[in-house]
Design a protein around this ligand. Structure first.
Ligand SMILES: [Zn+2]
Length: 335
């Protein structure tokens, strides 16, 4: 009897608290206890992934910040202090801790705001060549139909050779600017402008004549990055979203590998959770999750999920070697 009363009490409580979702207990429509670190040897996991890729009709890459970090685009540490010492001295080390936090600093003038952002964009988007890890990812999937869904804004997928038609970058691009109030649905290429700002910067500021203004409302411009409700989903964004949707439909019912690279829990609703949901819905699809610390996968997906909890640069190299090896073997057998 006592147990029954307790049970009823819990039910009543849970009804009241329904709007509060505790993600440590409940993830992606299933209890978090379904999430496991797989107890399978690394070499075996690499072999499983190589087989899944060999067998796939198509590959969908889902890439988050962890991929760029593994590729060497570190936002903190020496890379930050070596490049931003003037900014750290001017605004204080409490705010200027790394390139992610520094972007949120309330710069008092437009000259200072663009003084910071032009440097940030130059270092992370304009100056770097295609990074070797991104090249390896391209090599791994280039022979199969593929599509890229990414929250990364550093343009690396274009640089390594993916075509614009096969990339959906949902969160913007460091090389573009937009009206701060989003008064009209157009984004502007700012790569040239940022290069000029970067040369003209003195101290932490750029000259006033380089400050961009909205050509429609005359107001301030801002980076084309999703950080508030004014982020513009322009025509190109909607076209990319539609192409992604078409790709998903085209390969429904076929064999697809969802190759998730460095996606954490910062914005899991864009890649991580939808990927899990699609594997649940499509019997021929599987999930490969490469992540240094958060490679937990739903146990209920069984062999259709592989979660490799390791430095993903190393994992990609090992998978690539194995795929190349089996490819050569097959070519020899065919000959
Ligand atoms: Zn405007």
């Amino acid at each position: 009897m006592a147990i029954q009363i307790l049970h009823r009490k819990n039910q009543a409580e849970s009804t009241h608290k329904i709007e509060k979702i505790d993600f440590s207990r409940f993830l992606s429509g299933m209890p978090a206890r379904d999430y496991i670190f797989q107890n399978i040897p690394y070499e075996e996991q690499i072999r499983q992934v190589a087989e899944l890729l060999e067998d796939a009709d198509a590959v969908i890459i889902g890439a988050g910040a962890g991929l760029s970090t593994a590729a060497g685009m570190n936002y903190g540490g020496r890379r930050f202090t070596d490049n931003f010492q003037e900014f750290i001295d001017r605004y204080g080390p409490a705010y200027m801790t790394d390139m992610y936090s520094a972007g949120f600093y309330p710069f008092p003038t437009q000259e200072e705001k663009w003084g910071y952002w032009s440097k940030h964009a130059y270092l992370n988007r304009i100056e770097p060549d295609a990074l070797p890890l991104y090249r390896s990812v391209y090599d791994l999937v280039k022979e199969k139909p593929h599509f890229v869904l990414t929250t990364n804004v550093d343009h690396q997928f274009w640089k390594v050779g993916f075509s614009d038609e096969e990339i959906f970058a949902t969160q913007g691009d460091y090389g573009e600017i937009q009206c701060e109030k989003g008064c009209h649905p157009k984004v502007y290429d700012a790569v040239e402008l940022f290069s000029r700002m970067n040369e003209a910067r003195t101290g932490c500021q750029i000259p006033s004549e380089l400050v961009p203004k909205c050509p429609v409302c005359g107001g301030n411009m801002t980076m084309h990055l999703r950080c508030d409700q004014y982020f513009l989903e322009d025509e190109h964004w909607h076209e990319a979203a539609a192409r992604y949707g078409d790709f998903l439909s085209e390969y429904s019912g076929k064999k697809v590998v969802l190759l998730e690279l460095g996606v954490g829990f910062n914005t899991p609703t864009i890649i991580r959770f939808p990927f899990e949901k699609m594997v649940r819905q499509e019997a021929g699809w599987s999930l490969v999750r490469l992540n240094l610390n958060e490679a937990v996968v739903p146990e209920s997906l069984g062999e259709r999920a592989v979660g490799i909890n390791a430095d993903l640069a190393g994992s990609i190299e090992d998978i690539r070697k194995l795929c190349a090896g089996t490819g050569e073997e097959r070519a020899e057998n065919d000959a």
